[in-house]
Write a protein that binds this ligand. Sequence first.
Ligand code: C5P
Length: 414
Amino acid sequence: MPTAGTPAPRVVLGVSGGIGAYKAVEVCRRLVEAGVHVAPVLTPDALRFVGKTTFSALGSEPAQSSLFEEASPIPHTKLGQSADLVVVAPATADFLARYAAGMGGELLTATLLATRAPVLVCPAMHTEMWEHPSVQENLDTLRRRGVSVVGPEEGALAAGDVGVGRLADPATIVSVALVMLGGRGDLQGRRVAISAGGTREPIDPVRHLSNRSSGKQGHALATAALRRGAEVVLVTTVGRPVAAQPRLSVVRVDTAAEMEAAMAVESDKADVIVMAAAVADFRPRQVATHKLAKDDGVPEIVLEPTPDILCGLVARRRPGQVIVGFAAETGDAVERGRRKFDRKGVDLMVVNDVSAPGAGFDHDTNVVTILTSGGTREVPLSSKEVVADAVLEQVVGLLAGRDGRAGAPRAEED
Ligand code: C5P
């Protein structure tokens, strides 16, 4: 973001006067790094915690903090009208009260009155203040008006206190902000179903067969698709909670059979299917109803093949649907991946040499080769987010080709 030829989306980053203001510096930096034009607006009390110079240096334009002393005589209307999104981090109890009441006595609240852009507030305050009914009622009012809220989280607060009230992690705030901006992206109006993680095939009530997949690549694909504006369904075996994001629904599954059922439901509605999950190839033919005990001797576990979910999805493909498979390989990975591409009938095969340093299971980075019917694209060692974007770029090209629009797949011809 932004894609070539489109102007950078504009975010007004509002900072109100709480100790979490120092973390807004990181939010500013990360948004700019993601290609966003950031206009920082600090309330007078925010200036007690952080300096305007910091935000002017890291933002895309000089930080502003006054309705009357800035270069423009009407800074709030200009800021509000040109914003694609307003993010307020941290949002203090006092700020939330003034915003909910529709007050416009300082630049940030006046800008919020003057904007029609979506708004994301990130509350941060001490637990007692957070739990106060007036704060919760103000937030309810704002939510009813369509304002999105991220956080607060539980953790260390100012003055050695611990509890709920800590500003959400800057990475989370930026991720949600980018998803909110994604409504303008090249997957807008598309439905993308993504599977992620290793399946778990039960042996008995306490044991299972699984693999080392972390689900990170599939989850990175979900975030990247959201940022491009898609409606995303993430069918995942990953237990840790996925941060709520606009346009995302999550289906938790464990076994290959559960994943097959969930993906079958989604495939009837999806424009794009990405099978990034590491589906077990075999499962115990029988699942013991009681825990297998050592005293009963070494068990013999008879395995049977799991259904090939990807092949099933290809067989029931909707017209125009783009289907992406992953192939974790070692050795002559691309050759083996090409054979798998032909056998499975997919549109894209993302070949992952899991023996390459920094690639594959549990790493934050990956090395892949993307195969299409006409070409290959190498993605050298990169973050899983960058790999996800490279895959989706190919998907967007294929969708455009099927719609008869410009933008054929951009893999180089073999
Ligand atoms: O054949 P292989 O397991 O290498 O194929 C990998 C691709 O097939 C991945 O996209 C994976 O999600 C999918 N797969 C599947 N069902 C299986 C095994 C793999 O959908 N039982």
